[in-house]
Ligand binder design. Sequence first.
Ligand code: 5GP
Length: 189
Amino acid sequence: MELLKHKIMQEGIVLDGGVLKVDTFLNHQVDAELMLAIGKAFAELFRESGVTKIMTIESSGIAPAVLTALQLGVPMVFGRKRKSLTLRDDLYTEKVYSFTKQEESEVTISRKFLAPKDRVLIIDDFLAHGEAALGMARIVRQAGAEVAGIGIVIEKSFQTGRGKLLEQGFRVESLARIASLEGGKVEFV
Ligand code: 5GP
């Protein structure tokens, strides 16, 4: 997606450890027009996939996920992250490890928002090592529902996530694929 790539080149800041900061339009301040374009792009890619629900994890997945939901005319639900949780039987729960934050969180979704008939499109802001997307996919499976696909705004293709998701047979569509952040420079695939 050219508009997104342009924005990354103009405003992205490369941090140590292969992390890209895009807090001017995605991770803190949000560019609503760009999110609308992102929602349209995902809707175009997954329109024939029989999607009944969009799922993401708070907080940075919410903006692209909600605009995709709007374009596809389906509800969006986001997983809540909590440090620790006393087990509750009305929740689906999965542990997700973040390499970026070097911490594990528990992601929960209320059972009432996922049903076995659902075909779920998973949306996230970044794909790095695939832990967040795989955690969401496990929740979808817990509900007896199906993953219709995985839509990623920015994929860091030099990390392991894409490979892990493809290995499990998921369709992965990323709007920008970064080949390298070496030397503080963004290079696309
Ligand atoms: P994964 O679970 O694929 O390893 O990492 C995905 C999650 O980590 C995303 O939801 C995102 O919040 C965060 N993340 C991973 N890499 C980056 C990055 O380079 N920049 C930002 N802003 N977030 C990242």
